[in-house]
Ligand binder design. Structure first.
Ligand SMILES: [Zn+2]
Ligand SMILES: [Zn+2]
Length: 337
């Protein structure tokens, strides 16, 4: 049995186990919440635990006098949580729903924009692969696989593993006021640098012959990448080259939950643009003095070098083949090529 088959088997077994555990824990949560409802609310001084639909309805029906207490009006995050009613839900629900909805909206929204651009061949001057598209079989397979990941696996992982890891163990705050601008910039820069570094070295390691065909080859089925192929990866690759680099900086800094979600959202759009086949000159998501989108497109089409954004490839000289390729094509308009 190959590593790839073991990975698939592991994914299938763990998905079964996780879906059972998830369903079980939700049933227990709601059973517990309903058990804590007082039989006679008007003579009971306590309220049911926050965190369930039951308690939300209870507060609206019986406890409106205490529910009008407002959060710190000067903090937009706490005010948003309060007026939207989200703060009546359990932290675990807020964490999972916020993360997964952000992922789903940005993934499908950004890819829809790119599909419209592919369909009508818009902005052809920025297309870097001559308008080539992958086979429809591969595209459909990718759509199915990413849908399972976005709608099933990721919510389950976020609920069962992400919440205890990031909120309970790391201590990432959800209901705290937003940090200052200085903290936003500091945490964002640290998360960005660590993501760039970890992604480069883990991705390069996944190209080792012992690991490549078992873990990373799946992602390289796309020789001509398109937006949705950003998430086309085995479970082991998603964990090692995707999740670990993306969350490490925010975990180390115990960043605010909203900052963490924004950083994840940024990485989702950046990943889609890197695979889109479009290289825009001043994109806010992929802009560097070096052509990072062209580099990753080259990585897919030639399967050599260009393992990261540009910094570590420049330091380690793993972008030499790309630079020679650009010179051979006599393209001089791009810095770094
Ligand atoms: Zn690769
Ligand atoms: Zn890729």
């Amino acid at each position: 049995m190959t590593f790839y088959q073991v990975d698939q088997l592991f994914a299938s077994i763990s998905n079964q186990f996780i879906s059972f555990s998830w369903t079980y824990s939700i049933v227990i949560d709601y059973f517990y919440a309903s058990m804590t409802l007082p039989i006679a609310p008007q003579v009971c001084s306590s309220t049911p635990e926050n965190g369930s639909t039951v308690s939300l309805l209870y507060n609206i029906a019986f406890n409106s006098s205490t529910d009008i207490s407002l959060p710190n009006e000067s903090d937009p995050w706490l005010t948003f949580l309060h007026y939207s009613g989200i703060d009546s839900y359990d932290d675990r629900i807020i964490f999972t729903a916020g993360l997964c909805l952000t992922n789903i909206i940005l993934f499908y929204g950004t890819n829809l924009i790119f599909y419209i651009m592919y369909w009508y061949d818009m902005l052809p001057q920025y297309r870097i692969n001559g308008g080539k598209m992958p086979s429809s079989e591969l595209t459909w397979d990718c759509l199915k696989e990413t849908a399972i990941g976005n709608f099933i696996s990721q919510p389950i992982f976020a609920y069962l593993l992400g919440y205890p890891l990031l909120i309970t163990w790391v201590g990432m705050p959800i209901r705290a006021p937003l940090p200052s601008l200085r903290v936003w910039v500091r945490d964002w820069l640290i998360a960005f640098v660590l993501n760039d570094t970890l992604f480069y070295w883990i991705h390069r390691l996944l190209h080792h012959p012992l690991l490549y065909k078992h873990i990373h080859k799946h992602h390289h089925m796309f020789h001509t990448p398109i937006g949705i192929s950003a998430s086309y990866a085995t479970m082991l690759e998603s964990l090692t080259a995707g999740l670990i680099p993306t969350i490490t900086g925010c975990c180390l800094m115990k960043s605010h939950y909203l900052l963490f979600v924004c950083f994840i959202g940024w990485k989702i759009i950046e990943g889609i643009e890197l695979h889109s086949g479009y290289a825009f000159p001043y994109s806010p998501f992929t802009f560097t003095p070096y052509p990072v989108t062209e580099r990753h497109d080259f990585h897919h089409s030639h399967n050599t070098g260009c393992y990261g954004g540009w910094f570590w490839d420049w330091v380690c000289g793993t972008d030499k083949t790309f630079i020679e390729f650009k010179k051979s094509k006599n393209i001089k308009s791009i810095v770094g090529a």
